[in-house]
Design a protein around this ligand. Structure first.
Ligand SMILES: *Cc1c(COP(=O)(O)O)cnc(C)c1O
Length: 232
């Protein structure tokens, strides 16, 4: 394998994305399964925001790259018992999907006297995944006394994943539905709250549509780092 050429591609890809994206859209480089060297290469190209979907992997990479000013985004499902490992350093948790999880993030953040920024993850895809709220569940959380008492979490917006399909009209409909959820929550719960501003949607295969539909954060893995190899 020609490592030199591959490394070069990463920085080329980062620069390419930065040149295409509107200023208000943040590029999150999804580095899951990728080696430390790949992250360093992206960092050298100016990339500061990285996404991981597994706590253990994010922890290990954070340890190895502590000296760099990287913002770590947790984009995968988070179990309550793992919250304590990431709260000390995580920039943004994209995957809050229950009151119980939010309570644990609040509890661990309180211990460290910090505020942890979170997004509510919504289930917008047709696919039958276990994760993600629907609108009514989110309303229940936001209306609960437990949530209202929380001092150490800050909800900054919403996150969602579209169906994995060639049908781009479906993908667009799903992104529109997430933007509608965002608008409605903004109106009803976060009206004068400037922190509630993020719509995390769009991956390698659908980010252009996501940006057209109001994304403020795109999460790109394959188009930056190449195909993932889950065997190594
Ligand atoms: C893996 C992953 C991505 C990136 O996917 P690509 O298609 O490789 O860009 C984005 N978001 C989440 C939640 C992921 O798990």
């Amino acid at each position: 394998m020609n490592l030199g050429a591959k490394m070069n591609n990463i920085s080329e890809n980062i620069k390419h994305f930065k040149s295409l994206l509107p200023e208000n859209v943040l590029l999150i480089a999804v580095s899951k399964t990728q080696p430390i060297e790949a992250i360093k290469e992206a960092y050298q190209a100016g990339q500061r925001n990285f996404g991981e979907n597994k706590v253990q992997e994010m922890l290990s990479k954070h340890e190895q790259l502590k000296h760099l000013d990287i913002n770590w985004h947790l984009i995968g499902h988070l179990q309550t018992n793992k919250v304590k490992y990431i709260v000390p350093f995580v920039k943004l948790i994209h995957s809050v999907d229950s009151l119980k999880l939010l309570q644990e993030i609040n509890k661990q953040s309180l211990k460290l006297n910090k505020i942890t920024e979170c997004l509510l993850q919504f289930h917008i895809a047709e696919e039958d995944t276990k994760f993600g709220l629907d609108y009514d569940e989110a309303v229940q959380i936001l209306n609960s006394e437990e949530y209202k008492a929380m001092q150490n979490v800050r909800i900054c917006g919403v996150m969602g994943m579209a169906t994995f399909t060639e049908d781009m009209e479906r993908v667009r409909r799903e992104f529109k539905s997430l933007k509608l959820i965002f608008d409605s929550l903004k109106e009803n719960f976060f009206k004068n709250n400037s922190d509630f501003k993020e719509v995390s949607m769009g991956m390698s295969g659908d980010w252009q549509i996501a940006v057209e539909e109001g994304s403020t954060m795109i999460r790109i893995g394959t188009s930056i780092f190449g195909e993932r190899n889950y065997n190594t």
